[in-house]
Design a protein around this ligand. Structure first.
Ligand code: ADP
Ligand code: ZN
Length: 297
């Protein structure tokens, strides 16, 4: 059986065909331009295969409520050409198969929990620090969802006393994303994240903010593993800084080895590397297929 996976990103759509175990057989990358142009290429690629289901992990916010008339749409994205775009129904017009749909970070969390760094665990948190900050959670073996999907990148954090940068989030200015995502780094320091590699103060401040967020996620969700992905986290020197601040902020309140002696195995890079999102999208397809089979019984 073959499944289709789409990791719909703000810069590119990665499309893959794979098997029920999440192994990728073929993949392409399509630039995220205008919906019609991008989606024509996506659909043309998948038309070469007989797919049993399609899974989509999308940039958002998205409507994941099955009972909503706008289920499957991208909603209030700052990318105006994609605002209110009906992603799921566009795919459904071309492929009459079950379709799984969730956020990009939820897909990545599913990929990591099934085949990556959190394999074998029934909970984990996947966080991306890239163009934005977002997180997906698996709790008790299921993707965490309530009224909508979580938006953990937009939590409020305490400012560092020396940080006078105004923040870049169009909605909240100095929320976590506004202070610590890639575009905030670039605007605050005047250079792209990648070229700030040797500036210790940049990563101290970045670690200070990310550690505050992790503290809150740990206190609220208590995940068994935290996976940090996205472009900014390619700067591996942030990990020990995050660990230092996290331990300082928690101040031995939660006493488990994962947060003390074993913290380097608790807060980790994605086990699937850059494939976490696309692998998770394939697994969303497999889940959608299995759900449809169960419903038909
Ligand atoms: P996206 O979030 O769009 O899917 P990425 O996860 O690659 O894509 O994030 C892109 C952001 O990460 C940009 O702001 C970029 O400047 C920053 N970035 C990419 N690579 C690095 C790096 N090696 N070090 C620091 N920042 C980086
Ligand atoms: Zn915000």
């Amino acid at each position: 059986m073959l499944f289709g996976g789409i990791e719909a990103g703000g810069t590119k759509f990665i499309c893959a065909v794979g098997d029920e175990k999440g192994n990728i057989v073929e993949r392409i990358s399509v630039s995220t331009t205008f919906p019609q142009e991008t989606m024509e290429q996506v659909i043309a690629f998948f038309k070469n295969y007989q797919l049993s289901a399609v899974g989509i992990g999308s940039f958002g916010p998205v409507d994941v409520n099955h009972d909503s008339p706008t289920y499957g749409n991208i909603t209030t994205t700052p990318k105006t050409a994609w605002r209110d775009y009906p992603l799921v129904s566009t795919i459904r017009e071309s492929f009459q198969v079950p379709i799984g749909f969730n956020t990009d970070v939820n897909a990545a969390a599913l990929g990591e929990a099934t085949l990556g760094a959190a394999k074998g665990l029934d909970s984990c948190l996947y966080i991306t620090v890239g163009t934005g900050i977002g997180a997906g959670a698996i709790m008790q073996g299921k993707l965490l969802q309530g009224l909508s999907h979580p938006e953990m990148g937009h939590i409020l954090v305490r400012r560092h006393e020396n940080d006078i940068y105004k923040g870049k989030c169009p909605y909240h200015h100095d929320c976590l994303e506004g202070l610590a995502a890639g575009p905030a780094l670039e605007e605050r320091w005047g250079e792209k994240g990648a070229s700030l590699q040797n500036k210790q103060e940049v990563w101290e401040l970045e670690g200070f903010y990310i550690a505050q967020a992790l503290m809150q996620y740990i206190l609220i969700l208590s995940p068994k593993k935290i996976i940090l992905g996205g472009g900014v986290m390619k700067q591996k020197q942030i990990f020990p800084i995050i660990n230092k601040y996290l331990q300082q902020f928690l101040n031995n309140y939660v006493v488990v080895p994962e947060l003390t002696s074993d913290i380097e195995q608790y807060i980790v890079s994605p086990g699937l590397g850059d494939n976490a999102g696309i692998t998770g999208s394939l697994l969303l397809a497999v889940q959608a297929y299995e759900d449809a089979v169960t419903r038909a019984k």
